[in-house]
Design a protein around this ligand. Structure first.
Ligand code: ADP
Length: 398
């Protein structure tokens, strides 16, 4: 069975075809600049050089049409006809309170996804465009929606309710939802498999550290708490996002700098985080380099980032009553030897003992804890596409 996985943004689209008989990736691709001059597809069939398809794509339907043509192409295609694609799995960012798991897409589900647009105005409408384009071109293929928020729906109310007038939750659904759920679910499941512990008491903190970063506290495979909130702005200091702030700072700066609500939202989303502190870059490789060359603000940005991660780890360990495993994933979590070391150092009191030699790896499944460590420190590359394909397969099989 072959599954097409689609992750659609407002002007870009990522796709993969995965053969579920052995979970191998047959092809992956990226469409860029949809609706903008210079639109193109980078199509990488496994074992072949990437093919660049440069063609005008006015909308998502045209983009999907060209992707489907590439999938059946004689040279760089991976199927003889689209009938070989059994189902399509779509990443959808926000599923609100309505969706606590992946679902087969029908008209009712589409209406439910649409109803969540308000909560993710930049993402959900783009996801819907991708789904509609696929439905128009593959009307008989089953499609599944996999939500970034769904895994976190098991959080108890005391972790998702903000200390605001309760009516805002009732009227506008203002609460914590959390994101990166597909990644947190994937790596927490992997951790349970690697450590051969599927007990309902297995407690793990997963650290998804990338451009956007979040942590999750997971017990027995269920999310108990996570650091992102109503939007992906809350929690850790990220590439360009501030993460947690004293909310009074916003009106204070708005008054001083004569900024509108949109202006300040732009500041905390796009100009803050490690970019804002360092003034160097939002990319952690640039910041680590600048810090090693003596740039004090770059060093400060790294210190703020790691301190915040450590605060969340300790707070989740307190909530869970201790942890069995700590997992690092995503761009920084999988690759930054220095930051993993910096984050773990001083957490020995929680039973976290990193082996600094075993930690010297990038992007591969590793148990990097000392033999004496009570908590296993694992590095696990995330694979959101595979998680989407697995959910899609299990739903269409039913
Ligand atoms: P996204 O959230 O866009 O999916 P990624 O998970 O790919 O992001 O993470 C991107 C981040 O990972 C960037 O800040 C990048 O600097 C960081 N990163 C990638 N490789 C390394 C590395 N070797 N050392 C430190 N940081 C790295």
């Amino acid at each position: 069975m072959k599954i097409l996985v689609v992750n659609c943004g407002s002007s870009s689209l990522k796709y993969q075809v995965i053969d579920m008989t052995n979970e191998s990736v047959l092809v992956k691709g990226l469409v860029e600049r949809i609706g903008i001059e210079g639109s193109r597809i980078k199509h990488e069939k496994t074992g072949m050089d990437a093919v660049l398809i440069e063609e005008k794509m006015d909308d998502h339907k045209k983009a999907i049409q060209l992707v489907l043509e590439a999938l059946v192409d004689k040279n760089h295609g991976v199927v003889n006809s689209m009938d070989e694609i059994s189902a399509v799995g779509h990443r959808v960012v926000h599923g609100g309170e309505e969706f606590n798991s992946s679902v087969v897409l029908d008209d009712k589900v589409m209406a439910g996804v649409q109803a969540c647009n308000d909560l993710a105005p930049l993402h959900n409408p783009a996801n819907i465009m991708g789904i509609e384009a696929c439905k128009a071109l593959m009307p008989n293929t089953p499609m599944v929606a996999v939500f970034d928020t769904a895994f976190h729906q098991t959080m108890p109310a005391h972790n998702y309710i903000y200390a605001l007038p309760y009516e805002y939750y009732e009227k506008y659904k203002v609460r914590r939802y959390g994101f990166h759920g597909t990644s947190h679910k994937f790596v927490s499941m992997q951790a349970s498999e690697i450590l051969k512990n599927s007990s309902p008491d297995f407690k793990v903190v997963t650290c998804h550290l990338g451009n956007g970063s979040s942590l999750a506290a997971v017990k027995g495979g269920k999310c108990v708490d996570t650091s992102m909130g109503l939007t992906p702005l809350e929690g850790l200091a990220m590439g360009t996002r501030s993460g947690d702030l004293d909310p009074a700072i916003l009106p204070f700066i708005m008054n001083k700098e004569k900024l509108s609500a949109d202006d300040i939202a732009n500041v905390v989303n796009k100009k803050s985080g490690v970019l804002g502190i360092s003034g160097v870059s939002s990319d952690f490789r640039d910041i680590e380099k600048a810090a090693s060359e003596g740039n004090k603000r770059a060093q400060l940005a790294l210190d703020v980032f790691c301190t915040r991660v450590r605060k969340y780890i300790a707070s989740y360990a307190a909530q869970l009553g201790g942890i069995d495993a700590l997992v690092f994933t995503a761009g920084i979590g999988e690759n930054s030897i220095e930051l993993r070391e910096k984050i773990c150092s001083g957490l020995e009191f929680l039973g976290i003992e990193l082996d600094t030699e075993k930690n010297k790896v990038r992007g591969k499944v590793t148990d990097a804890s000392k033999a004496s460590s009570k908590v296993k420190v694992l590095i696990i590359p995330t694979n959101e596409e595979l998680m989407i394909a697995r959910d899609t397969l299990s739903l269409v099989k039913k």
